[in-house]
Design a protein around this ligand. Sequence first.
Ligand SMILES: Nc1nc2c(c(=O)[nH]1)N[C@H]1C(S)=C(S)[C@@H](COP(=O)(O)O)O[C@H]1N2
Ligand SMILES: [Mo]
Length: 506
Amino acid sequence: MATTRASAALAGLGVTGGSVGLAELLTRLAGTGPGPVEAVAEAFIDATPAWLKDLAIALFGTADKVALGVGIVVVMAGLAVAAGLAERARTVRGAVLLAVLAVVAAVATLVRPDGGALATWPVLVSGLAGALALVGLLRPAPLDPARAMADRKVLDRRRLLLGAGAVGGLAVVGGSVTRFAGGTPTAGAAPLDLPVPASPAPRVPPSATLDVPGLTPWRTPNADFYRIDTAFVVPQVDPESWTLRVHGLVEREVVLTLDELLAEDLVEAWITLCCVSNEVGGSLIGNARWLGLPVRTVLERAGVRDDADMVLSRSVDGFSASTPLEVLTDDRDALLAVGMNGTELPPEHGYPVRVVVPGLYGYVSATKWLAELEVTRFADRTAYWTDRGWSPRGPVKISSRIDVPRGARTLTAGEVVVAGVAWAQHTGIAAVDVRIDGGPWQAAELADELSVDTWRQWVYRWDAPAGDHSLEVRATGHDGEVQTEEIQGVVPDGATGLHRVEVVVE
Ligand SMILES: Nc1nc2c(c(=O)[nH]1)N[C@H]1C(S)=C(S)[C@@H](COP(=O)(O)O)O[C@H]1N2
Ligand SMILES: [Mo]
């Protein structure tokens, strides 16, 4: 009895799913490093050039990882079906395809910063098992009628294998779906005994916030803080064994444990962090109260040599950021942060220690899951995103956003409250203006400025006549810089242009 195409496809799916499931299970049991799914996803992310990252974030926003997860499942399912069909067409052909996939996953595991040669055996063993199972399952039935009895046994064995494979496949799909749908695991972030700051952040006076419904809150709660990173699975860092190594162009290497860091005089500061991939009017920005040790303290201790002009911060998962030395040694609150809004860092925001630097986009400063600071030179080292087409330096560009009214709304004629936020980190916002239908710029009212490192809320009360209208906003910094109208995309160093909202007034 020849196998039908449908059951060959099913066998491919079952065997592939089962062997991925086995590899994940063995990896977890052995504790050797990343599983194959994570390794392949992260290798894919690492191969992502600026335009593709840009597209993924534009299409999926902070759900980019869910999209990648779904994409991987779909591609794997396609390859699994192909392996089943190939095996049916010709014995061993599908098995070779599975073996090649296993080798690809093994290479991805090999090159991961948390992987290595030892971490590859689960995927290789499972790949081999899958390949053998596929051959066994789809082996053509013998033509010899004298072996009818044996045939029955073969069929039973096939059914058994198919069942096992299908269960494995379901387990993988189920596990993946719950993982992607449930977001990232938050286990493992042991609460830290955060000290009282030696230099506390200022209290936020009521005058620093505006009471406008729909306006973004001045302080972004941790749970609402945007998340952007290359980690398909959130790195779990053990606070007990965590160290920061400061090396490179220094007089003496410094190694700091978490206890040592927490015993220092810590500084608390309000800092607005934003992503270079934030489109004009976008939401990849948040404001939090960070607690940490000034980066300059550890740099002073290490003794930076005169020929250095950059610090490359590296994470445990292979990300890196190039930060100009001068912004880490001047008097701004560039922090090795351990606290965010009064608690330890959430796992997805870099637990236990990350960098936060006022005035720079995250990709050149805000390394999460920090592992080391290499004091170096822009001429000698390049950072993660620089290697993928982004600028080596990324000072934040002055910008502003309209939060209310939201676009495409129908409003009632009369007073309409227009409000939003504006930012120019480490320069500060001096003025915000609003323009209706391309007319003259009109001054908006500003909430008080708590720090030049944070965004500022603004409001403009508009006497709205009936009709279709466009609202635009523009910010001016304390240095006199006026937000440009010139439109530029996010690559290579941040978007420019004005945020515009279209409304209908009746
Ligand atoms: N380890 C690591 N740190 C990282 C990144 C990353 O991919 N890996 N992304 C950076 C980027 S591009 C930004 S915008 C900020 C975002 O920080 P958040 O996720 O806490 O908002 O983290 C930065 N730090
Ligand atoms: Mo970013």
